[in-house]
Design a protein around this ligand. Structure first.
Ligand code: GLU
Length: 552
């Protein structure tokens, strides 16, 4: 077989050579140890939480070594292409601080010396390498029809090694004449690798996350170019990650089974293989077992979910790091206020079998993150969220931004801030009693507080309440009225002789709290009273009094 002639026959328009591209895309001039990683999405427009997670791992791998992180769009499957998808995905990433140094930086816009970063624009490059493989006798055209391939698939049902290899690789050794005839007859062809693997050969690699892996060597003559001349994932991965000088391929672990193919391709192409870091999928507990976080079953599988619910990106990032590195939480305990960028991210500390998604944990992490934010930040982030997802909240804020910020500042910016808010969508309920529009009275009492006690307390307090009080004065005033309503200002004293009293200062406060807020548990009642204003306070106390009078 004259391989050179065959290569000309198959790729007559391809005049550039691998040497040309090697020169065109030289080694990167980076410091020792700097890692080059990428995110390589198909433009579906849907960002799965698992994609974001893998992408974060890839990004951190580059950033923690002063390397380069780039985005390459894997758009060879035109059927799956969705307009505007890349913009949606890049925006989704940027919310979490993931901004590529290079590659596709916004829809249709590329940056960097290794362009094009859209696979659909790299057809000639793939073909130049494919042509070179044909010239070396390492790849061949295969004319098998879909029907023939189906037959082989059926015949191989009980075979341990499937695919086109050995006796099934029927077109491996066609003569140039036969090939010419097939082409003249208009038969479609794919280009297959002439696999140099042997059945008892082994493939070894040291995965950065999973450790040492040993698998059977690839023996399949895998398709590298489809009949339309577009590369398969396998071939594009090898050519692109080589030419873009990726040092670490961080990707989902569903690709582990194909890695022997990839390593073989790197070898026949004469490329140095990258290091692999295969990320296990995010799992979810269900009925005592575990399954993958599912786009179909779990709303939290969509990255848009977090924005819609109003989880601040800081919380999600913090949570993702708890999933990513087993030592993150210890680090956080030692470095309470440190920025996440300071965390020494390490691929070796990733879970091998898949981290478990836990909503309760996310909620806790987020409450903690939000509790540390100053009120102004809570206000502005939640206002941005509200404008998009909760216009009613935005309208309340707009009535008086300063008052809204003061409400959000209750029990905040101190040593032990409260942790009531996990996400911005918690805020409407959290502050509802602070606005006439959303206040819903509820006069249920707890502890020793009864309607009869409530009547006594409220009758007194309506006259006593003074919005000019300092916090201490306010509390002294409440304690001061206890005796006159049959209660003690001293909880200890009450506990020693409960039969002597109708209740204690806590019960008196409960009555006032319930009257003013409709709740038995709220942040600082003094601050709430001050922000409600005299008129509302008196009006709510009187309304409650009327209610309890009827009940008592
Ligand atoms: N486009 C592939 C995917 O979305 C990329 C895998 C990779 O990172 O190499 O699964």
């Amino acid at each position: 077989m004259d391989n050179l002639k065959l290569a000309e026959l198959l790729f007559k328009d391809i005049d550039k050579t691998p040497e040309y591209y090697e020169e065109r895309y030289p080694q990167r001039d980076l410091k020792e140890g700097a890692r080059v990683t990428r995110f390589a999405p198909s433009p579906t427009g849907f960002l799965h939480f698992g994609n974001l997670f893998t992408c974060l791992v890839s990004y951190k791998t580059a950033k923690s070594t002063n390397g380069v992180f780039y985005v390459r769009v894997e758009d060879t499957d035109q059927k799956r292409k969705v307009d505007g998808a890349i913009e949606v995905m890049l925006k989704g990433l940027s919310v979490y601080g993931i901004v590529p140094d290079e590659g596709v930086v916004s829809e249709g816009e590329e940056k960097g010396d290794y362009a094009p970063y859209y696979q659909s624009a790299r057809k000639e490059i793939y073909q130049a390498y494919a042509k070179s493989l044909v010239q070396q006798g390492l790849a061949y055209p295969c004319f098998m029809t879909p029907e023939e391939l189906d037959e082989i698939r059926a015949a191989q049902e009980n075979e341990s090694i499937k695919g086109i290899w050995g006796k099934w690789a029927k077109h491996r050794d066609l003569s140039l004449e036969e090939i010419k005839k097939n082409i003249a007859d208009g038969k479609a062809w794919t280009l297959r690798l002439k696999s140099p693997g042997s059945v008892d050969g082994k493939c070894f690699f040291d995965d950065m996350i999973k450790g040492k892996i040993e698998m059977p060597e690839n023996v399949q003559d895998v398709v590298i170019l489809k009949s339309d001349g577009i590369p398969t994932y396998h071939f594009a991965h090898a050519v692109d990650d080589h030419l873009m000088r990726t040092t670490h391929v961080v990707r989902g672990d569903e690709w582990i089974s194909s890695t022997p193919i990839h390593l073989q391709l790197f070898k026949v192409l004469g490329f140095k293989p990258p290091k692999y870091a295969h990320v296990a999928p995010i799992m979810k507990e269900e009925n005592g077992g575990k399954r993958k976080l599912s786009k179909r079953k779990d709303p939290e599988a969509a990255v848009t979910y977090y924005a819609e619910e109003g989880y601040p990106s800081e919380s999600v990032n913090e949570y993702m790091l708890t999933l990513a590195n087993s030592n993150f939480e210890d680090w956080r305990r030692m470095n309470k206020d440190e920025s996440l960028d300071k965390f020494p991210f390490n691929l070796k500390k990733m879970s091998v079998s898949g981290a478990l998604f836990d909503m309760v944990k996310l909620t806790d992490v987020s409450k903690n993150v939000i509790s540390k934010m100053p009120a102004q930040k809570v206000y502005s982030l939640s206002y941005e969220w509200a404008k998009e997802y909760n216009p009613a909240l935005a309208a309340l804020y707009e009535k008086d931004a300063e008052r809204a910020t003061a409400i959000l500042n209750i029990d905040r910016e101190n040593k032990k801030p409260r942790k009531d808010i996990a996400k911005w969508s918690d805020i409407p309920d959290y502050i509802s009693y602070m606005y006439g529009e959303t206040f819903v009275p509820c006069y249920e009492l707890t502890g020793n507080a009864t309607p009869a006690l409530a009547v006594k307390v409220l009758e007194k307090y309506v006259d006593l309440v003074n919005l000019g009080d300092s916090k201490d004065e306010w509390f002294e005033r409440i304690k001061g009225m206890c005796e006159s309503v049959g209660c003690t200002p001293n909880v200890k004293e009450y506990k020693q002789n409960p039969e002597v009293f109708d209740g204690h200062v806590g019960d008196v406060s409960t009555v006032i709290r319930v009257a003013l807020t409709g709740r038995t548990n709220t942040p600082d009642l003094y601050a709430i009273t001050a922000l409600l204003g005299e008129e509302t306070v008196k009006q709510r106390l009187n309304a409650a009094l009327d209610y309890y009078k009827e009940k008592a």
